[in-house]
Design a protein around this ligand. Sequence first.
Ligand code: I24
Ligand code: DGL
Length: 273
Amino acid sequence: MDQPIGVIDSGVGGLTVARELMRQLPKEQLIYLGDTVRCPYGPRPEKEVIRYTLEMVDFLMEKQIKLLVIACNTATAFTLEFLQEKLSIPVIGVIQPGARAAMKITKTKKIGVIGTEGTIKSKAYPHALEYISSKLDIYDLACPKFVPLVESGQFSREAAEQIVSDSLQPMLKHHGLDTLILGCTHYPLLADQIKAVMGQRVQIISSGEETAREVSVIMSYQHIAYEGERLAKHQFYTTGSPILFEQIANRWMDYPVQFIEQVTIDQTLIDNE
Ligand code: I24
Ligand code: DGL
C-alpha cells in the first residue's frame, strides 16, 4: 500500500522514533509533524495536550495516511485510547510497545518507568504493564529536568551526569529492579548517563525501537505494508521554525531532512501569548 505513515510529536524528540521507523522499514514513506511552537507537552495540563494532539491528527488525516504513530509519550498517555476508537486507521503509541518489551526482559518483575510529569501522572505505563501481567512491581518517577537538559544542547558531561544522578536517586532505592523504561522521546539521548547511574544490571528500554517493531507487525497483519520498488521520500512539517527544525533533524537523522514546511494550526498563536 503506497500511502504514507503519519508520525506526530510535540516537537523534534519524535525524530528518535522516526529514525527507528526509517531503519526498520526503509520502504515506508513518513509524514512527520512536530508541534515545536507548543513544545514541551510534558508539563501541560491533560486538556491542552489532548486538544493540541487532536489538531495535529486532523492535519495528518487530510494527507491520507494509512497508519498513525504517536511518537510522543505524553500525547500517547492522554489520547491513544480515544484515537484508536475514533480513527479508521491503526493508531500506535509508544507506551504499549515499551511496556511489552520490559515485560519480556525482566526477571525480577521489578520495573522502573521514567517520563515527563504528564506521562507519569497519567499512570499510562503502570496501566499498560498491569494489563500484560498483574505480578509486577512498578516504580514510576517523573524527571522534569531531562527534556530541558537535552534541549539546552550544550550541556557538559559532568553537568548532565549530576542532574541525571540527582533525579534518579529515588529509583535507586528499589532493590532488585532490573529493567528501566525510558518513557520519553528525549531520554535515549541521556542513555549513557542513565546507565552509569542505574548500574550494569539494569536493562534500559527505549520505546522508539520497540514501537517500530510493533508498526512492522501491525502492517503485515493488516496487509498494508508497501511492497513496490520506489525509494522512500519523507515529508517533514513543523509548527515552528523550519530552519531550526532542519538543523536539529540533520544532526540526528541519516536521511537528509530538507524542504520542511511550516504549518499553522488553529489557536497556535493564541495559546502562546
Ligand atoms: N535537542 C532537542 N531539542 C532542541 C536539542 C535542541 N537543541 C539542541 N539539541 N531544541 O531535542 C528544541 C527547541 N527547538 C526545536 C526546533 O525548533 C525550535 C525550537 C532532542 C532531539 C532529539 C532528536 C541537542 C541535539 C541536537 C541534535 C540531535 C540531538 C540533540 F541539536 F540532542
Ligand atoms: N515528546 C515528549 C514525550 O515523549 C517530550 C517532550 C515534551 O515534553 O513535549 O513525552
